[in-house]
Design a protein around this ligand. Sequence first.
Ligand code: UDP
Ligand code: MG
Length: 311
Amino acid sequence: MKLSLVIPCFNEAGNVRPLFDKVCEVLENKIDSFEFVFVNDGSTDETMANLKEICSLSSHPVKVVDLSRNFGKEAAIYAGLEHASGDLITLIDADLQQDPAYVLEMVSYLDANPECDCVAAFQEKRHEGAFRAWCKRRFYHLINKLSDTEFVDGASDFRTFRSYVRDAVLSMSEYHRFSKGIFSWVGFNTYYMPYDADKRLSGTTNWSFGKLCRYALEGIVAFTTVPLKISTWVGCLTSLGALIYIIAVIVEKLAFGIAAPGYATIVILILFLGGLQLLALGINGEYLSKTYIQSKHRPIYIARDVIDNQK
Ligand code: UDP
Ligand code: MG
């Protein structure tokens, strides 16, 4: 049995070597054979130089896929999966937040349970600000309401799966990728294993709050079309409201001689309906822009070079 560790790296100069050492320490003599597939996602620090060094000194197979620029973690994962040749594949971050000891647990679980196809780690307790954690919970609640695909709150990309799960994930070649949704969408038997995330060894997270919100929106647009239908329903409701209001005004005028109240009502209605129309247009625009980019069939990533210490 061969295990491939796919590791996306963006400005992780201080982490790649400690991660490599730790993985070797934990997996040697426990797993028959394992390979590293590092993806350098357009790092601007010494990450690539450090990866080349690892490649030359390692007694284990190491591949380094060097992307031509920063394509984002999702694209980096895709690139790594394309180059992973193991029977089992582990996705793990480069920053040592995910203790490699859990990889052994995942592999043992898969060995002991042949009917299980994937073991995904999920965080029972989030070590982050209360507001951020609350936003994430709301996001999962919302997307699970809107989408048929199931999203598990706290599930991370840290997971180990069999090679046919990898093939299924690679067969989804959409440009705007949302791994959590993609892994749920392809199905297969997944066991969710609780784990405790550590602090980053060095560097800072690449996820600002704004970037997270953008990513959440991508997930919603990628996995549900319900927002597109909102304007239909809101349009129906407001038209019905308008009809009732017209009847009320006519009755008031004919039966009681009250003139239709003017200015304030009109301004409020124009602003309200104008706002709704812009919102509906914006939602349509989100889907249209994704369709537009996808229709160009651009590659998900471009590699400058692939280094392989076995060649
Ligand atoms: N990453 C990447 N490309 C990016 C951003 C992040 O390859 O554009 C990698 C990063 O090097 C790390 C993993 O994705 O190995 C997770 O990133 P990070 O630690 O910033 O995210 P967090 O742990 O805060 O979710
Ligand atoms: Mg991290």
